[in-house]
Design a protein around this ligand. Structure first.
Ligand SMILES: Cc1cc2nc3c(=O)[nH]c(=O)nc-3n(C[C@H](O)[C@H](O)[C@H](O)COP(=O)(O)OP(=O)(O)OC[C@H]3O[C@@H](n4cnc5c(N)ncnc54)[C@H](O)[C@@H]3O)c2cc1C
Length: 311
């Protein structure tokens, strides 16, 4: 229950223009500013620098140029061109070729055909350079269309692309079975958005039980699934099921967010598991940052301390 109240509170705050202005002013200003805990930087150079450190430590990574819900086709086109240049910069930097993106960044909320065209442009660029592209999952009004667009790309023969399922959506069990049959790569998450009770589980225990159920489906019948969580109970359940079924650690990976549970990332890696870090960067970091606060209200403490210190 507290989870839902806190999510609702922070999702409400995320829409506040004044707060956005305040956060934008102080959040990334200095190397120690508060938003830098979760965001690698505002520029691709800063992201590459963070990526090099992560890669040198033995962890894998995926880069996410932050942005969502663009309002015009011109913005969607600009975001697509930025992604293509990010691909070039990653190639030049010699870091791992793996990116994550959101379809509303490519124009999904404006026009589906534009979004499909933009995604195809990125996948073509990604294919040329052997990249893997993960399509993040956003809130429930776009769940079905996101899956439909993913299917379209799959039918058109793209295989360097994966999708995300959220365990807070009861529908995800059936989606997982279907994606397993296709041979598609799935990242499983609990789900980060504030969703109504007729669409998503509201109790943590239900979300967790579904997470374990879907993890088992993906491990048993899926294609190189990514189990994306910082929750030790979910990680233990994953390891246990994989061990019982003789599924070796090279057949799946754990994923965690930049700046969250670095200790656990290192510990899993030392135990021989694959761990990928999701590295977000870019000027449009505010909504992403607010979702991270909503997951753990205790984080608000370091934000307030950061603002007071930086003023
Ligand atoms: C690689 C990756 C990609 C993701 N992609 C998507 C996506 O495409 N769509 C989507 O809806 N969601 C996405 N998420 C977010 C996800 O849905 C959850 O909101 C988020 O991972 C928190 O859930 P949890 O599994 O860590 O479990 P929780 O039960 O929320 O947390 C378990 C523990 O993790 C730690 N923790 C979790 N969050 C934080 C935080 N913000 N700050 C500090 N500690 C924290 C705490 O120790 C907490 O007790 C992604 C998450 C990851 C790791």
């Amino acid at each position: 229950m507290i989870d839902q109240v806190s999510k609702a509170f922070f999702h409400g705050l995320a829409r506040s223009g004044g707060l956005k202005q305040l956060a934008s002013r102080y959040g990334m200003r200095r190397p120690g500013s508060f938003a830098r805990r979760f965001i690698a930087g505002e520029t691709i150079e800063e992201a590459i620098e963070a990526a090099r450190i992560i890669q040198a430590s033995g962890l894998m990574l995926t880069l996410d140029q932050l942005g969502e819900s663009v309002a015009t086709t011109a913005e969607a086109d600009a975001a697509t061109r930025v992604y293509l240049s990010v691909i070039d910069r990653i190639v030049a930097a010699g870091i791992e070729r793996n990116v994550s993106l959101k379809l509303t960044q490519l124009g999904l909320s404006i026009d589906r055909a534009t979004c499909v065209d933009n995604l195809r442009r990125i996948l073509d660029g990604a294919t040329t350079h052997s990249f893997f592209v993960r399509v993040d999952m956003e809130d429930s009004p776009v769940t079905q269309v996101t899956l439909d667009i993913f299917d379209t790309m799959w039918q058109q023969g793209y295989r360097n692309v994966g999708i995300v399922l959220q365990s807070y959506l009861p529908r995800s069990v059936e989606d997982a079975k279907r994606l397993n049959q296709m041979g598609a790569r799935v990242r499983l998450v609990k789900g980060a958005y504030k969703e109504p009770r007729n669409v998503a589980y509201q109790q943590k225990s239900d979300v967790d039980a579904a997470f374990v159920e879907i993890t088992k489906l993906l491990l048993a019948d899926g294609t190189y699934p990514a189990i994306a969580t910082h929750d030790p109970a979910m990680i233990t359940a994953t390891k246990q099921f994989a061990a019982e079924r003789g599924i070796t650690p090279d057949r799946y990976e754990f994923q965690m967010l930049y700046g969250i549970r670095r200790d656990l990332q290192a510990q899993l890696m030392a135990q021989g598991y694959r761990v990928r870090v999701y590295v977000p960067f870019g000027r449009e970091w505010f909504p992403y940052f607010m979702r991270r606060l909503g997951e753990r209200p205790a984080n608000i403490g370091f934000v307030v301390r950061g603002i007071l210190r930086d003023r």
